[in-house]
Design a protein around this ligand. Structure first.
Ligand SMILES: NC(=O)c1ccc[n+]([C@@H]2O[C@H](COP(=O)([O-])OP(=O)(O)OC[C@H]3O[C@@H](n4cnc5c(N)ncnc54)[C@H](O)[C@@H]3O)[C@@H](O)[C@H]2O)c1
Length: 333
């Protein structure tokens, strides 16, 4: 018997990440090749004409799993009965804009969307925030959706993880799928800590520590970390637009693993509500290594962090505390 269609919302649906992401979702890459879908597409009123074009193209793809498409500028319609939410739309940083101005514009967007999720989405909806500042936007969104568990709000650091994995694979000269368990700690910003010290590389029929495979601790602590931290800026410099294809792929990876789980012994990085593990501040959305089973993530425990790691974890944690304080100041103003 065929499964009932599930409703999935993508916000910022007329934007460039959504242009790749919608196709991946609608052809079954995220929820599986047997799961029919109804796609809800949210954008702002001036973008409704562009969105109409996206709806036409989705129709012209003739995708068997896509049962219908609901384009809208109304969050109430967009979040009605959704089982999964990709919150991609956000206020972009404009020239001369301070971080505070950016946070202030986004707090307003994610407050409205949190309230709409709270009232209209399924109570077990899985929410992935992609729009920046992703970690703090996820925290704000969750605050305004008290009837949905905090664990259901996550922020995307999977693009950073994929970038880190690709850097290690290129350095060791193995296919990217041979690299596992590389971690992104903290904020999806230039303070993030890409950490390969618990990673493995599959070579000659067995998993060996990534540190041994790379054989260059200085590189792992310097060029590797900086390349991953600054990769977004490097793509903007080259493309004159921000990462979109790779961001869409990462959003699909994040949600697919959240629904389907991680294999035994493997973990992925996700921005999740912090319980203070590894000395991270509590109650910020912090990227940790997580393993996933039955649709629930758990922070991987017991990894040993050295002084170098502790220092970088501290820096990114402090930035998240500052962002939270600034966001709360906007809410309470
Ligand atoms: N977490 C990550 O790894 C990661 C990676 C890449 C990009 N991003 C972020 O993702 C976001 C989207 O990037 P993009 O390249 O698709 O941008 P884009 O400007 O091409 O598209 C964003 C879309 O969001 C819409 N939008 C704005 N406010 C909205 C609202 N209140 N409700 C619904 N839609 C709204 C805009 O109209 C636009 O169509 C940006 O914030 C970007 O910084 C995050």
């Amino acid at each position: 018997m065929e499964s009932e269609p599930i409703r999935v919302v993508v916000t910022g649906a007329a934007g460039q990440i959504a242009y790749s992401l919608l196709y991946m979702i609608a052809k079954g890459d995220v929820f599986g090749s047997e799961q029919p879908l109804i796609l809800h597409l949210l954008d702002i009123p001036p973008m409704m004409g562009v969105l109409e074009g996206v709806v036409m193209e989705l129709s012209d793809c003739a995708l068997p799993l896509l049962r219908s498409v609901v384009p809208t500028d109304d969050p109430v319609v967009a979040f009605k009965d959704v089982a999964a939410a990709f919150l991609v739309g956000a206020m972009p940083r404009k020239q001369g804009m301070e971080r505070k101005d950016l946070l202030s514009a986004n707090v307003k967007i994610f407050k409205v969307q949190g309230e709409a999720l709270d009232k209209h989405a399924k109570k077990d909806v899985k929410v992935l925030v992609v729009g920046n500042p992703a970690n703090t936007n996820a925290l704000i969104c969750s605050r305004y959706a008290p009837s949905i568990p905090k664990e259901n709000f996550t922020a995307m650091t999977r693009l950073d993880q994929n970038r880190a994995q690709a850097q290690i694979a290129a350095k060791v000269n193995v296919p990217v799928a041979s690299v596992s368990n590389v971690i992104i700690w903290g904020n999806h910003s230039s303070t993030q800590f890409p950490d390969a010290s618990h990673g493995t590389v599959h070579m000659a029929g067995k998993d060996i520590p990534a540190r041994d495979a790379v054989g260059d601790d200085v590189w792992l602590r310097t060029a590797f970390v900086e390349t991953v931290q600054k990769r977004g800026a490097a793509v903007i410099n080259a493309r004159k637009m921000s990462s979109a294809m790779s961001a869409a792929k990462a959003a699909g990876d994040h949600m697919r693993d959240w629904f389907n789980g991680t294999p035994p012994g493997k973990f992925v990085s996700m921005g999740v509500i912090s319980d203070g593990s590894y000395g991270a501040p509590k109650d910020v959305v912090f990227s940790f290594p997580v393993s996933i089973k039955n649709g629930k993530w758990e922070i991987v425990q017991g990894l040993v962090t050295d002084d170098f790691a502790k220092e970088l974890l501290d820096v990114t944690g402090k930035e998240l505390l500052e962002e939270r304080a600034e966001a709360i100041a906007v809410i309470e103003a």
